[in-house]
Design a protein around this ligand. Structure first.
Ligand code: SF4
Length: 444
């Protein structure tokens, strides 16, 4: 007898999107969402394993849920996602109170697995190493919260094998979603009233190389752009090695595609980039930045950076600082290197000590904040197109510029989901504060 479900999600946008699929599957079975685990009959924890801290957080939360399970023995507790895929035996050992443990390639099997638990199976466990190569990607139901922006998977997995990264081991090799399937999903979202779609992939720039006829992200953007009712299109994450001039010029020619490029560089030092197996040099990266700035002068540029990669010297770290200043990133996602078992870099002998990593991370964050602040000051006094996403706790509205900057301003909740012109009055490093130009509202 279906009841209510609650999903706890860790990690990246891919995981958020996977949780929406899990929610869609549960709702197809008749389950309704619950705001808190205490109110639910099924609790799923969708885990991430990109860093050790992500593992720790998931295990910590799963430990807390043991008490809930003791209070409510009828509760079904499930663990899914990348941590299961990587550490299946350990998850079984450390979370003995889980009824259901399943991997990233088994999401579509949730209804069957849940029925097995309900029919009395003590513990249901299913982790496939990969999805059968010739089997088409299943089209699964999706339950999204909100009605403004939606994630759309366009490519799963990654072929790059950067030496620090666990993703190719847990998510498998690249598999593109056929363009007709992507367009059908975007059409469906438009008919549901969504204004913005975010095309997702671990490496979205390699979209289409595995499809026949071969295609690419630029061609996909052209097709998605034709869908009526969608006002904005974004895509992430890019790879500097695969980003093409054709893509940048296509973005410039399509008004619905927003001028924000997230281009993870990871390090500002050539030797570290080589050891990371990134496949480009700092000069290559700067050439791509130069192309973006020439073709898309309004674009914001954000990145990911790792400090304390094995063997990173002080001088090599300073090269990263220099790159952040040179490029002038609008935002940096930064992290101290975290060794992941099974990756090449985890076995490198010259690991950097924790104190050094944290000191470098602090220095990088200080700089990134200063650079972002300076970039944002240039927007003060300008009028920006903002898509209103939500009403905040204090009653004000929150939205994003085309360049993906968060803007807060006062206005009616009726504006959620609409495009509004906002004059920027103040700018911090991460948030802009503005004033709606009510007389120039755009249709939402
Ligand atoms: S490109 Fe590198 S960092 Fe990104 S998902 Fe693939 S292996 Fe990981």
């Amino acid at each position: 007898m279906p009841g209510r479900y609650h999903i706890i999600t860790y990690g990246c946008q891919m995981n958020v999107r996977d949780s929406e699929t899990l929610a869609g599957l549960l709702e197809t079975m008749g389950y309704q969402p619950a705001d808190r685990p205490e109110e639910a009959d099924v609790v799923l924890v969708n885990t991430c394993t990109v860093r050790e801290s992500a593992d720790d957080r998931a295990y910590g939360r799963l430990g807390e849920l043991r008490r809930l399970k003791q209070q409510n023995p009828g509760l079904v507790l499930g663990v899914a996602g990348c941590l299961v895929q990587k550490d299946r035996e350990e998850v079984l050992r450390r979370v003995p109170h889980a009824d259901l443990v399943f991997g990233v390639h088994n999401l579509h099997r949730l209804p069957d697995l849940l029925r097995q638990v309900q029919h009395g199976c003590q513990r249901v466990y299913e982790v496939w190493d990969r999805r059968p190569k010739d089997e088409p990607l299943p089209i699964l139901p999706v339950a999204r919260r909100g009605r403004v922006r939606a994630y759309v998977n366009v490519i799963h997995g990654c072929n790059k094998f950067c030496t620090f990264c666990i993703v190719p081991f847990v998510r498998g090799r690249e598999r593109s979603v056929p363009p007709e399937q992507v367009v059908a999903e975007v059409r469906e979202l438009a008919s549901q009233g969504f204004s913005e779609v975010i095309l997702l992939g671990q490496n979205v720039d390699s979209y289409g190389h595995d499809l026949r006829p071969r295609t690419d992200l630029a061609d996909l953007l052209l097709r998605v752009h034709e869908v009526e009712g969608i006002s904005r299109i974004r895509f992430t994450t890019n790879h500097p090695r695969d980003m093409t001039e054709k893509l940048v010029r296509t973005v410039a020619g399509l008004p619905k595609v927003c001028e924000h490029i997230h281009l993870p560089v990871q390090s500002g030092d050539d030797e570290i980039l080589r050891r990371m197996h990134r496949g480009y040099t700092v000069a290559d990266y700067l050439r791509t930045v130069d192309l973006i700035r020439r073709v898309l002068p309004q674009a914001s540029l954000t990145t990911d950076l790792i400090v304390g990669f094995p063997g990173e010297t002080e001088e090599q770290f300073e090269n990263t600082l220099r790159l952040v200043e040179t490029v002038g990133f609008d935002a940096c996602n930064t992290a101290a290197y975290s060794p992941r078992d099974g990756t090449k870099a985890a076995s490198f002998p010259d690991q950097v000590d924790e104190e050094t990593k944290q000191r470098r991370l602090w220095a990088l964050n200080q700089l990134a904040e200063r650079v972002a602040y300076a970039r944002n000051q240039r927007l003060v006094g300008t009028v920006q197109e903002v898509l209103v996403e939500a009403q905040g706790r204090g009653g004000g509205l929150m939205g994003r510029t085309r360049t993906n900057k968060v803007v807060t301003f006062d206005g009616s909740p009726d504006l959620v989901g609409r495009l509004v012109w906002v004059r920027i009055r103040e700018a911090g490093s991460w948030v802009l504060r503005g004033e709606a130009q009510v007389e120039t509202l755009l249709a939402g």
